[in-house]
Design a protein around this ligand. Structure first.
Ligand SMILES: *Cc1c(COP(=O)(O)O)cnc(C)c1O
Length: 403
């Protein structure tokens, strides 16, 4: 497959858009994307990425005859240190397939973090597709579950009143925090003794890998990624890896695990209506993203840290460690409500979009927008009335997690 030249990283995507992005309307949209902090799914495929996809194979993946799709699955399995991978439409689908593939016949239950995407934002899929009860736990450390949170909550044996625990589902990163592998290993050792496997919703586990490589002074390349990712995923039986979040594929997510579980998932994917035919162009855009966008994640983490430092210096509270590309902030110490901040940023000449108190940096985020957020909050804080500030400070504090 021919590749085009690697994209030159722009100093500021909003100032220096060197590509056409498929036309003027898309370039205008990209300028908004560069100032949009709602999530990292909103990045725009580049011309080089789309051109690369035009060279993809055009075989039928349901028959196992699409070379580009198969090659991507093999590449992701290798990076993840697992036997096999399955390319799917979305991370939600991968998580649903993982639950369905691990579980057999009810009664059964799964353990999840109460703030997890799988529990809060996937339409109750575990109940819908797998007839599973979810036991949602809140970690005592406020950040991620550890063995001591989970062990007392396991439903074991054949007590007729309970639905036995058959799966533990974690998330990494969770709220932008890298979950320590040592803690996951402790959970896996405990659960393994009861025959309970672990699945991780690793929609942003690429960010965890990039953060670990940066921490250890490694190189953000294929070998560096493979070593970091395989280490992170070793305690898990299965993992879902989103290709459209930070990496910036237009769609797609991969489920990895051993050959047997992926074979079951492939079967259920067909039943869910998710088996796709000429999927090569989808796989190719994801493959391009892995090669060319993964190395940019570390820079998104640096930009997120700069944002957090600026907000902290302005007087905001930062609610979680900024390990990766997310900043959870609370401007209440300045007497500012979230709605006030959001409205002021939306009213700028070049508007900035916030969704919640979770600010997400992606590889097309403008550093200038980061500076504008901090400056706008400082200006608002200087003009807020005592009366309004007192009202804001008396309200319930902002929380970590999905809205
Ligand atoms: C976005 C997200 C998902 C779901 O991804 P889709 O591709 O939108 O289905 C799952 N888990 C986490 C942690 C996410 O952030």
């Amino acid at each position: 497959m021919a590749t085009t030249a690697q994209l030159r990283p722009a100093a500021d995507p909003a100032d220096d858009i060197t590509e056409s992005f498929g036309g003027a309307a898309n370039v205008a949209h990209l300028r908004r994307v560069a100032r949009d902090f709602r999530t990292d799914t909103i990045t725009m495929p580049t011309d080089a990425q789309v051109a690369y996809a035009a060279q993809a194979s055009r075989g039928d993946d349901v028959e196992g005859e699409d070379a580009t799709t198969t090659a991507l699955e093999e590449r992701i399995a290798r990076l993840a240190g697992k036997e096999a991978a399955l390319l799917c439409l979305s991370a939600t689908m991968c998580n649903a397939l993982a639950v369905r593939s691990h579980l057999m016949q009810p009664p059964h239950s799964i353990i999840v973090d109460a703030r997890a995407h799988t529990f809060k934002n996937e339409v109750g899929g575990a109940a819908l597709f797998s007839q599973a009860t979810s036991h949602a736990l809140t970690p005592k450390n406020g950040l991620y579950l550890v063995r001591e949170d989970i062990e007392p909550e396991l439903q074991l044996g054949y007590d007729v009143h309970t639905a036995p625990t058959r799966l533990i589902m974690l998330e990494d990163t969770l709220n932008g925090v890298v979950v320590p592998t040592g803690e996951v290993e402790r959970i896996a050792a405990m659960a393994g003794a009861h025959g309970i496997p672990l699945h991780v919703d690793g929609a942003r586990v690429w960010n965890s890998a990039a953060a670990l490589i940066a921490r250890d002074g490694g190189v953000q390349d294929e070998a560096g990624l493979g070593a970091a990712l395989a280490g992170i995923l070793a305690p898990y039986a299965t993992a879902s890896l989103c290709l459209s979040k930070g990496l910036g594929a237009p769609l797609g997510s991969a489920l990895v695990g051993d050959r047997k579980v992926i074979e079951r998932a492939r079967w259920f994917r067909k039943a869910f209506g998710g088996a796709w035919r000429q999927s090569g162009h989808v796989a190719a855009q994801a493959d391009w993203a892995l090669t060319h966008h993964f190395p940019r994640l570390a820079a998104t983490h640096e930009l997120a840290r700069a944002l957090a430092d600026g907000l902290r210096a302005a007087g905001c509270t930062i609610l979680a460690p900024v390990d990766t590309n997310m900043v959870f902030f609370d401007a209440a110490p300045l007497g500012l409500s979230f709605d006030r901040v959001k409205a002021a940023l939306a009213a700028l000449d070049e508007p900035i979009t916030l969704g919640s108190n979770r600010l997400v940096v992606h590889h097309q985020t403008s550093p200038r927008a980061v500076a504008d957020i901090v400056e706008t909050i400082k200006a608002l804080a200087a003009s807020v009335s005592e009366e309004e500030a007192a009202k804001v400070r008396s309200q319930k504090p902002a929380e970590l997690g999905y809205r």
